[in-house]
Design a protein around this ligand. Structure first.
Ligand code: FAD
Ligand code: DHB
Length: 389
C-alpha cells in the first residue's frame, strides 16, 4: 500500500490530523493496534477549548457537538468549605464546551468513513521504519501476515504507550518528566450534575472534581493513592468520599446512582524534545503528557495536529519544508505552556502526602488570591480556555 502520510494511532490526534490532511487534498492511512469498539469504549477527557471546537467544525465533524455540547462560561474553585466562580467569559471573551472525548472520536470516525478514508484497526506489531531516510514505511501484521504501507511521512499519533516514540534512536531526544504521588479515581453515572458548571475542590482529604457529560450524566473524580484498586471502591464509598471533599452546599446537591464506569488514572507530566526526527513527527500524547487537572491533554493533541497539518499542507502545496522544520518548536512552544498550567493546577489543588503545613497554607493563600484578584483570575482563565494558536 502507498500513501502520502501514514498515521499511527486512531485517537483524537490521528483522526483529526487525518481529516485536516484530507481537506488539504493529502492522502493518508491510519493504522491502530486497537479495535474500533475498544477505542470508542475509552472514557477520557470532557472539556474542549474553542480552538479544538473550531477545528472539528472546520473538518465537518462538528454537527453533533454544536447540537449537544454544553457551553460553560465559568468554573468553580472550592477550598476551606467555600467556593468561588472563575468567570472565563468575562476575563477572556471565551467559553469552553463540555463534550466527551468519546463523542469527539465517534464524530471524527464517522467523518472519516464518509470521506472514504482508510483505517486499519486491530493491527498487530505496528512499526515505523526508515524515517531517517527518504523512503519511510509502516509495517503491521494481520492474521500473521506482514503488510507494509510505503509513505512520504509518518505521523506518530499513538499516545503515551505508542511505538513511534520508542522507535527514536537513543540520544536523539531529551525527556522531561514529573510523576505525581497520587492518581484520579473517576466515576461515570447517569445522574444530574451537582452544579451547572464544573467544581474543582481542594480539600484536606484530597482533590475532587465534579464534571459532567450532559445534564443527565455526571463525571466525578477524586484523588486517590497510586496503589489503590478500582475493585476496592464501591459506589457508596466513592459517593461518601466525594461529598466529604466538597463544600456543604455542593455536597448536599450530589445526586447519587449506580456507576457504569470507574477507573484510576495515574498523574504525570512528560515532554520529549524534539517531536520530529527525520520524516517521523509525533503529535498528542506521543510527545507530551499532562496531568488531567487542567483538562489540556485532548486539547493539546488538537493544536499539535493543527501545526502539523499546516506544515504538510505547505510542503505539498509548494514544496516548502519550512513548516516541517518549524513543527517541533511551534508545537512544543504551546505544549510547554499547557504543561506548566497543568502542573500549576495540580500543585494548587491536590493533597501531597509529604506536604508540610506551610505548603497547605500556600495553596490556601493562592486560592484566596485568585478569588480576590481580577488579574490573577484573568491569568488562570486565559490558560483554562486555551492559549491561541
Ligand atoms: P490516544 O487518545 O491515546 O490515542 C492513541 C491511539 O494510538 C490509540 O487509539 C491507541 O490504541 C493507538 N496506539 C497505541 N499504541 C499503538 C501501537 N503500538 N500501534 C498502533 N496504534 C497504537 N485528558 C483530559 O484533558 N482530561 C481527562 O480527564 C483525561 N483523562 C484521561 C484518562 C486516561 C486513562 C488517559 C490515558 C488519558 C486521559 N486524558 C485526559 C488525556 C487525553 O485523553 C489524551 O491527552 C488524549 O487522548 C490524547 O490523544 P492522542 O490521540 O494523542 O492519544
Ligand atoms: C474532565 C476532566 C478533566 O481533567 C478536567 O479538568 C475537567 C473535566 C472530565 O472528564 O469531564
Amino acid at each position: 500500500m502507498r500513501t502520502q502520510v501514514a498515521i499511527v494511532g486512531s485517537g483524537p490526534a490521528g483522526l483529526l490530523l487525518g481529516q485536516l490532511l484530507h481537506k488539504a487534498g493529502i492522502d493518508n492511512v491510519i493504522v491502530d493496534r486497537a479495535s474500533k469498539a475498544h477505542i470508542l469504549g475509552r472514557v477520557r477527557a470532557g472539556v474542549l477549548e474553542d480552538g479544538m471546537a473550531r477545528q472539528l467544525t472546520a473538518v465537518g465533524a462538528g454537527g453533533r457537538m454544536a447540537a449537544e455540547a454544553l457551553v460553560h462560561d465559568g468554573v468553580w474553585l472550592a477550598f476551606m468549605g467555600r467556593r468561588f466562580r472563575l468567570d472565563l467569559k468575562a476575563h477572556t471573551g471565551k467559553s469552553v464546551l463540555i463534550y466527551g472525548q468519546t463523542e469527539v472520536t465517534h464524530d471524527l470516525m464517522d467523518a472519516r468513513e464518509r470521506a472514504g478514508l482508510m483505517t486499519i484497526y486491530s493491527a498487530e506489531n505496528v512499526r515505523p521504519h526508515d524515517f531517517d531516510g527518504e523512503s519511510p514505511s509502516v509495517t503491521y501484521d494481520t492474521d500473521g501476515i506482514e503488510k507494509r504501507i510505503d509513505c512520504a511521512f509518518i505521523a506518530g499519533c499513538d499516545g503515551q504507550h505508542g511505538v513511534c516514540r520508542k522507535s527514536l534512536p537513543e540520544g536523539a531526544t531529551t525527556v522531561f518528566e514529573r510523576v505525581y504521588p497520587f492518581g484520579w479515581l473517576g466515576l461515570l453515572a447517569d445522574v444530574p450534575p451537582v452544579s451547572e458548571e464544573l467544581v474543582y475542590a481542594n480539600h484536606d482529604r484530597g482533590f475532587a472534581l465534579c464534571s459532567m457529560r450532559s445534564r443527565a450524566r455526571s463525571r466525578y473524580y477524586i484523588q486517590c493513592r497510586t496503589d489503590e484498586r478500582v475493585e476496592d471502591w464501591s459506589d457508596d464509598a466513592f459517593w461518601d468520599e466525594l461529598r466529604r471533599r466538597l463544600p456543604p452546599d455542593a455536597a448536599e446537591s450530589v445526586t447519587t446512582g449506580p456507576s457504569f464506569e470507574k477507573s484510576i488514572a495515574p498523574l504525570r507530566s512528560f515532554v520529549i524534545e524534539p517531536v520530529r526526527f527525520g520524516r517521523l513527527f509525533l503529535a498528542g500524547d506521543a510527545g507530551h503528557i499532562v496531568p488531567p487537572t487542567g483538562a489540556k491533554g485532548l486539547n493539546l493533541a488538537a493544536s499539535d495536529v493543527h501545526y502539523l497539518a499546516e506544515a504538510f499542507g505547505e510542503y505539498y502545496a509548494d514544496g516548502s519544508e519550512e513548516g516541517l522544520r518549524a513543527y517541533s518548536e511551534k508545537a512544543l512552544g504551546r505544549a510547554w505552556k499547557a504543561v506548566r498550567f497543568s502542573w500549576w493546577m495540580t500543585n494548587l489543588l491536590h493533597r501531597f502526602p509529604d506536604a508540610a503545613p506551610f505548603e497547605r497554607r500556600m495553596q490556601e493563600t493562592e486560592l484566596a488570591y485568585l478569588s480576590q484578584s481580577e488579574r490573577a483570575a484573568a491569568a488562570m482563565a486565559e490558560n483554562y480556555v486555551g492559549l491561541p494558536y
